[in-house]
Design a protein around this ligand. Structure first.
Ligand code: RIB
Ligand code: CA
Length: 315
């Protein structure tokens, strides 16, 4: 029997983080040890509140602690919330009911250190926002780099960035944190725009999902209907067609099933000094590389992933 994988999710909830959380909560191949939160799409208080509300909506089969983390990059001021893509509250303006669950009384970085120590060699950290909490955790205990694996949504190798011409939002949002993580020795799987830019959830997927919900899933259906509709309008406004890029859900899916992607090993350098290129993920294409620090997802079986996403959410 396939073993259940233990993961810790770090999110800046956000529309696609919410879609990733719902998927991870529904997956029977994953056990979520906890969720930590970070600034990014919204400020960290909002990200934490959104995470707790999405958690209550998805009704996971077990209790999942939520720990609040960094509200700013390590050394830079925090940028504005990304309202054009995620709405004023990060959830496309949708008001999910308040929940009684509170965040735990432990900083995200301490929570990460403790969980990695407790679950040594059997935990995958899944980061779908800035890498700030992990950089802080690594500063507190560098040995966690030898005890955990990291799957992160971020970066762009052979495709343009989405925040600057060459930088992806999660790396650009805290380049110094990303640099520390990529230099830490932790085994990294990078799920960047090379693959997430192809994972387009379109109208046909939307109808398939909507038609699959049962009456008992009405609240989840209403939420997903709203956020996909909002996302379609936002991407049309940006002349990017009628779809939602499934950045963060794809990172979770790669943990579940690495056969959805093809990876290449590289040494990924993070640009931290550039005027226009801060947060770029740079690699040396000469093969074979003399050393590597990440397996980078370069190709994805997008339709297989999207179908798997729909099946999991409806389960
Ligand atoms: O570049 C896309 C990433 O930035 C996603 O994780 C999105 O949620 C934002 O954090
Ligand atoms: Ca995110």
């Amino acid at each position: 029997m396939e073993q259940v994988k233990h993961i810790l999710l770090d999110v800046d909830t956000g529309v696609d983080d919410a879609l990733a959380l719902i998927y991870a909560f529904k997956s029977n191949k994953l056990y979520i040890e906890g969720v930590t939160t970070v600034f990014g799409n919204v400020d960290v208080k909002q990200a934490t509140d959104n995470t707790l509300r999405v958690l209550a909506l998805a009704q996971p089969r077990y209790e999942i602690p939520v720990a609040m983390g960094a509200d700013a990059p390590l050394f830079r001021p925090r940028r504005e919330n990304v309202t054009a893509i995620h709405g004023a509250n990060g959830l496309a303006g949708y008001e999910l009911p308040e929940t009684s669950q509170l965040p735990v009384d432990e900083r995200a970085s301490d929570f990460i250190v403790r969980k990695v120590r407790e679950q040594a060699h059997d935990i995958t950290l899944v980061f779908t926002g800035r890498l700030t909490n992990l950089a802080v955790a690594l500063a507190k205990d560098p040995s966690i780099a030898q005890k955990a694996k990291l799957v992160l949504m971020g970066g762009a190798i052979k495709v343009p960035g989405n925040t600057t011409p060459v930088s992806e939002a999660n790396i650009h949002g805290d380049p110094e944190a990303a640099h520390r993580v990529f230099e830490s020795g932790i085994p990294i799987t990078m799920v960047g725009l090379d693959v997430t830019g192809k994972a387009k959830f379109g109208e046909a997927h939307f109808h398939e999902l909507m038609n699959g919900f049962t009456d008992e899933q009405a609240e989840l259906k209403a939420f997903m209907q709203h956020i996909f509709t909002f996302s379609f309008e936002a991407s049309e406004r940006l002349n990017e067609g009628k779809n939602r890029l499934m950045h963060d859900p794809l990172a979770v899916a790669v943990v579940e099933d690495a056969s959805l992607v093809e990876m290449e090993d590289y040494y990924v350098y993070i640009e931290t000094k550039g005027q226009l290129s801060s947060g770029a993920t740079l690699v040396d294409f000469r093969r074979p590389p003399s050393r590597t620090n990440a397996s980078v997802c370069m190709h994805v079986r997008e339709e297989a992933f999207l179908q798997h996403y729909i099946r999991t959410v409806l389960s």
